[in-house]
Design a protein around this ligand. Structure first.
Ligand SMILES: Cc1cc2nc3c(=O)[nH]c(=O)nc-3n(C[C@H](O)[C@H](O)[C@H](O)COP(=O)(O)OP(=O)(O)OC[C@H]3O[C@@H](n4cnc5c(N)ncnc54)[C@H](O)[C@@H]3O)c2cc1C
Length: 493
């Protein structure tokens, strides 16, 4: 059996269960392990105030699917050809319908989303009526569900070490067991012994451009609206000790957002939201200055049905939102409501009401003619002119003859004209170490890696299509499964 990570002469700390990452999955795993009698420590990479990962800035909905057999049907339908082992699906289904009970057990008061039918993403699939979406707090969003998890961890006195990224798993020679973690604090190693087990809950690879290029389908780059701290560390650490990977090509995206060097994560543009309307004319073009899609299309977390199958929305990079003076003056192009997303909730960029500050910063380009605008963004001028001309004719006639867009059917009428570069953006990745129904991380030969568990979006069980609220639902379900099983391990000697 292999070994990995320097076995320390002395451990700096020791507990029964080490949880790596303080988001929703980490909170559920830590609380459950402690309830099962284990001593627990959480290692968190982010500084205090930025903990919580994607869970902190998510829409705050979680799935409580039932009845169980229908939930299994719906889950399997979402997987389509990308099937998931039924022991994992059954373990998920056993727990997912208990999420409300668990939330209540930590002091929460589960509230069902107001419009459940609209929230079922694939109502045509078998078992879709098992979708029941809940949140904590008076309204959806605003970190309400996360704040309950965080409070519950703090009330229980579970120690959290902030700014302490896990760097390596310590694997015992001869047995292959995972017996601790090397973290770093201020560049210095801190060795934490795990008497029973380690649970990886440190999220996906949304901020690791190399992994994005290697694993996400057809994307030269992509940015996130979520936590900037999820860099695929758990994937690297798990691979180093011999884990198998799964679902690396699956992610909740893409959409199109503004990414600027000064800010770590993407800005969502109001005009591109499927249900929001700004006055004035707007189209999106690719590098060839042609439109490529209905800009207002509602996707199912980035997936669209085309040519008889589901697949990711096309995002030919770089893309540009081209718009007219009327839109520029019709209000802020960015929705500042701190309901979801890292920029609105944590970095809190204060977008100007008249978009002038963003023009001054160079995030928005301005020109009197489309030819000048084309030159400023490096696309072919005559193609852009004809693309706009065609859109203007169609929108005045009331029919988008290219892509069937029906919302904001307005011409780009009067200059000056504007351009804003768009990047592919995502909520989260789903890939990571393969897990089994006990929450154990698996080797390529199908055997579990002793004393190593996972939960949450790090190796999520979602393999293809995704039902909104499924990720936090899974964080809670597998957080509990892994927390319980980790605490039930016998201490190693
Ligand atoms: C804008 C937005 C809206 C969303 N809305 C919903 C929704 O309504 N419902 C839903 O189900 N899903 C939603 N999602 C997806 C969902 O938020 C995530 O998939 C889920 O919260 C992931 O939880 P997690 O605990 O696995 O990871 P996270 O919550 O991301 O937590 C991971 C933690 O690990 C830490 N970490 C990273 N590396 C290390 C390391 N080396 N050592 C220690 N710590 C580390 C991170 O700092 C972070 O705190 C949304 C996502 C986004 C971005």
């Amino acid at each position: 059996m292999s070994s990995h990570g320097e076995f320390p002469a002395q451990w700096d700390k020791q507990v029964d269960v080490v949880v790596v990452g303080f988001g929703g999955a980490g909170a559920a795993a830590a609380i459950t392990a402690q309830n099962s009698g284990a001593t627990v420590l959480i290692l968190e990479k982010a500084p205090k105030g930025e903990e919580g990962g994607n869970t902190r800035v998510a829409g705050q909905g979680y799935l409580n699917a039932s009845p169980k057999e229908e939930a299994i049907d719906y889950f399997n339908a979402l997987c389509g050809p990308f099937t998931v082992d039924q022991d994992v699906v059954r373990a998920w289904a056993d727990e997912i319908g208990l999420n409300n009970d668990w939330l209540a057990s930590i002091g929460g008061d589960p509230q069902e989303h107001q419009h459940p039918p609209e929230g079922i993403e694939f109502p045509q699939f078998l078992g879709s009526n098992s979708t029941h979406k809940f949140h904590e707090g008076p309204v959806v969003g605003y970190s309400n569900t996360w704040l309950l998890f965080e409070k519950a961890v703090n009330e229980r006195g579970i120690e959290v070490l902030y700014e302490s990224p896990a760097k390596e798993l310590i694997q015992r020679n001869g047995t292959g067991e995972i017996v601790g973690v090397r973290a770093e604090q201020g560049g210095k190693s801190v060795y934490v012994r795990a008497n029973k087990a380690v649970i990886l809950t440190c999220g996906g690879f949304e901020n690791n451009q190399e992994m994005i290029r290697n694993y996400l389908p057809g994307l030269p780059y992509c940015y996130t609206t979520g936590s900037p701290h999820n860099e695929g560390d758990g994937i690297t650490m798990a691979m180093e000790v011999g884990a198998d990977l799964w679902h690396m090509n699956n992610y909740a995206g893409p959409s199109m957002g503004l990414k600027v060097p000064e800010y770590r994560t993407t800005f969502s543009m109001v005009a591109l939201h499927f249900s929001k309307v700004l006055d004035g004319g707007m189209i999106v073009v690719g590098p060839d200055a042609n439109r490529f899609a209905d800009e207002k299309r509602k996707t199912s977390h980035g997936k669209v049905y085309e040519s008889g199958r589901w697949g990711p929305l096309m995002t030919p990079c770089p893309m540009y939102m081209i718009f007219d003076h009327k839109m520029f003056t019709s209000g802020p192009l960015y929705d500042k409501d701190p309901k979801t997303g890292w920029n609105t909730m944590v970095d809190r960029y204060d977008w100007s009401d008249d978009n002038s500050a963003e023009l001054d910063r160079g995030w928005i380009k301005k020109a009197d003619t489309f030819a000048e605008l084309a030159e400023s963004i490096g696309v072919d001028a005559s193609t852009l002119e004809s693309t706009v001309g065609k859109w203007n004719e169609d929108s005045v006639a009331g029919a988008d003859t290219d892509f069937g867009r029906t919302m904001m059917l307005k011409p780009l009428a009067e200059g000056p004209f504007f351009a804003l570069e768009l990047s592919p953006s995502m909520l989260n990745t789903q890939g990571g170490p393969r897990r089994n129904g006990k929450g154990q991380v698996m080797r390529p030969d199908g055997s579990p890696l002793p004393r190593l568990y996972s939960a949450g979006e790090l190796g999520s069980i979602y393999s293809f299509l995704y039902q909104g609220t499924g990720n936090i639902g899974e964080c809670l379900a597998f957080g509990r499964i892994s927390g319980r099983n980790a605490a039930a391990e016998q201490p190693w000697e």
